[in-house]
Design a protein around this ligand. Structure first.
Ligand SMILES: *Cc1c(COP(=O)(O)O)cnc(C)c1O
Length: 403
């Protein structure tokens, strides 16, 4: 039994976990058993303020009542059915996404990397349909992150992620993020797509410089290249707009979503224009679980909550507040530097490694993480309150004071 009523201690769970669970993660000594809003409880009953939110998955907080209700009701009605048939909640979800984005059609899958896999396959297929078969190269950014499948690690602009896994998928070219000239120089007759995160998450919270995405869009139009935005982490309200690229007044041809789309449960989606989607005809691509009734219904509830319940406004207001708090902190401590990000994806650049601070914060009851070695990442639920931000900042200040 693995319920909250089980009186196993955190320590005993950790010992059992260390025997049979794959060792792919360096896990912190926290055994998570319950969540509500911005709070997470461990197996010993200790409470944590969760500013990691499942790595930007729990945008509506843990166990949002509307998400829970949608899951419960759908679970009692129809959990799974094949994509050989039409699924009403999948249709509603596609409508909802398209009505609020550049997109015309949505392919559903189960995770971020699957959404990127679909995007990359579609880009190459579109190129093959409309140009010639040798036009398959994709330009991506250094320090990007696009997931862990073979196409995902091939697209990711970090050598470390591919180490020992070669040969990887050919046809990827990496350029420094934010430099238009670098993209211009990387375009060849073989280029079929450019894939970028509007805000780099894993790479250290880097926001696309003003005008960058627009300039890339113009290059894409000029050379008939597809533009793909990976919004797996920064979509679904995280930056204060429903999709991060909407800050830049620019539309991609393809966008990928996952993490927060269903308010916690797993889902992925690839959104594309009509013109590009035409290359994904019957039999070209698929997924057994993609867009299943349980996840699609939950995602409709999560997306409606995001749009109708003032969550985006709260994200903007609390994003400003958290940013100002972090900036104040950074002026007081010499090892703390720039604050970067947008809405409620914020990074605090440190002059020292961040791993110890993350561990100490956990001991003090605050969950954050560290990306790119020395950037503290703050991605709390978008429903976070001023009071909760104050509590988190008190803990951080305490740790900074102790140095
Ligand atoms: C998390 C993430 C992915 C991978 O998503 P998974 O669901 O883990 O496969 C891809 N791209 C970005 C930008 C991400 O943050």
């Amino acid at each position: 039994m693995s319920t909250i009523n089980d009186n196993s201690t955190s320590q005993s769970w950790i010992e059992r976990g260390n025997k049979h669970v794959a060792t792919t993660y360096g896990r912190y000594p926290l055994v998570a058993v319950k969540g509500e809003g911005c709070w997470l409880w461990d197996a010993d009953g200790k409470k944590y303020l969760d500013f990691l939110a499942g790595v930007a998955v729990n945008n509506l907080g843990h166990c949002h009542p509307k998400v829970v209700k949608a899951l419960q009701q759908q679970a009692e009605t129809l959990i799974h059915c094949s994509n050989f048939y039409h699924i009403p909640s999948q249709i509603e979800l596609a409508e909802l996404i398209c009505n609020h984005s550049f997109g015309d059609r949505v392919f559903f899958c189960n995770s971020g990397v699957e959404a990127n896999e679909a995007a990359l396959k579609l880009a190459r297929k579109y190129s093959s349909d409309n140009f010639n078969v040798d036009r398959y190269e994709v330009i991506t950014a250094l320090a990007s992150f696009h997931g862990r499948s073979y196409a995902g690690i091939s697209a990711t602009g970090q050598d470390g992620i591919r180490k020992g896994f070669g040969p990887v998928v050919p046809g990827f070219v990496y350029v420094p993020f934010g430099e238009v000239e670098a993209i211009k120089n990387a375009i060849t007759p073989e280029t079929c797509a450019i894939m970028l995160e509007p805000v780099q998450g894993e790479g250290g919270i880097h926001v696309a410089p003003t005008g960058y995405l627009q300039a890339v869009r113009e290059l894409c139009d000029e050379h008939k290249i597809l533009l793909i935005f990976d919004e797996v982490q920064v979509g679904c309200g995280r930056t204060g707009k429903l999709f991060a690229h909407q800050h830049d007044n620019v539309a991609p041809d393809i966008m990928t979503l996952a993490k927060a789309l269903a308010g916690g449960p797993p889902i992925g989606a690839m959104v594309a224009t009509e013109k590009v989607s035409a290359s994904f005809g019957p039999g070209t691509h698929g997924s057994t679980f993609g867009g299943n009734p349980l996840m699609a219904t939950t995602a409709v509830a999560a997306l409606r909550t995001l749009l109708d319940d003032g969550v985006l406004d709260n994200c903007v207001a609390m994003g400003d507040y958290l940013r100002s708090k972090l900036e104040q902190l950074s002026t007081r401590y010499p090892f703390a530097g720039e604050v970067r990000g947008r809405g409620l994806i914020l990074g605090l650049q440190l002059g020292i490694p961040g791993a110890d601070i993350v561990k100490q914060a956990l001991q003090q009851g605050l969950l954050i993480n560290c990306t790119a070695g020395n950037v503290l990442r703050f991605v709390p639920p978008l429903i976070v309150s001023r009071d909760e931000i104050d509590q988190a900042m008190e803990i951080l200040e305490l740790l900074f004071k102790e140095g």
